[in-house]
Design a protein around this ligand. Structure first.
Ligand code: C5P
Length: 239
């Protein structure tokens, strides 16, 4: 069973073009953050949710939390990875290396509780973990470096879109993220340039995360039009 859930929610969502961070925009009668946390809680009511918020956050209200949730507020960092790392550090001395830790972006409120449970069941017994993902269906173009000019077409066979949750054993993920920070320092790159998700950190350990087929409607709210789409998706899910 999933014991810990880290919810990176410390972003400001610049691409939304809104003053209010996207996790606080209204969705399905509440807000994005409230919807996401409720779905995680429905799937894994026994888990503790570590909600990573900006220390500058002026919008969070505990009334946004689902009833009965076991949660902890964590100070997020400058990048998504820093927020996840803050959650992992907070688990030190509490989580066992074998415990499952799910990382789920607050910006993905359309994930279904059944999908979360099915993912955990699919990974049960796995020594490493994996992530929800969907096979690429668009034709993929590789551009010439930094230009809007096609260099060639990538085969989309065996290409997947990585979604969240990403679900890993605590010990594996902690070691992987620690390694990513060390690499970033050695290479003089930022953590955001070094890894873009938890799985990429785990891959760098030479491990192969499992791809669990997710649903295309588990969209990440990034641009303004995504909110209306999420509204429709959630309405359709309740039919
Ligand atoms: O902006 P983007 O959608 O890529 O962010 C992905 C997730 O990471 C969001 O849930 C966002 O709140 C979170 N995040 C964070 N800390 C940051 C930046 C983003 O927790 N510094």
């Amino acid at each position: 069973t999933v014991r810990w859930v880290i919810v990176p929610a410390a972003g400001v969502g610049r691409r939304m073009g809104s003053d209010v961070p996207k996790q606080y925009l209204p969705l399905a009668g509440r807000c994005v953050l409230s919807t996401t946390l409720a779905r995680l809680h429905e799937a894994w009511p026994q888990a503790q949710q570590l909600v990573c918020l900006s220390s500058q956050d002026a919008y969070f209200d505990s009334g946004m939390l689902p009833d009965g949730i076991n949660w902890l507020r964590i100070d997020g960092g400058a990048e998504r990875a820093d927020s996840v790392w803050a959650g992992l550090v907070a688990l030190e001395g509490h989580a066992n290396p074998q415990d499952w830790v799910a990382v789920h972006d607050v910006a993905r409120p359309c994930v279904r509780p059944q999908e979360l449970q099915a993912m955990a069941a699919a990974l049960q017994g796995d020594p490493v973990g994996g992530l929800l993902a969907v096979p690429a269906s668009d034709t993929m173009k590789r551009a010439c470096a930094g230009q809007n000019q096609v260099a060639h077409t990538e085969s989309r066979v065996d290409l997947w879109h990585a979604l969240t949750p990403q679900l890993f054993r605590y010990g594996v993920l902690r070691q992987a993220m620690h390694g990513a920070y060390q690499r970033a320092e050695v290479q003089g790159r930022s953590i955001a340039e070094t890894i873009t998700d938890e799985a990429s950190a785990v891959e760098a350990l030479g491990l192969s995360p499992r791809l669990v087929v997710g649903r295309r409607d588990n969209l990440k709210i990034t641009h303004p039009e995504d909110l209306a789409l999420a509204e429709q998706i959630i309405a359709a899910q309740q039919d």
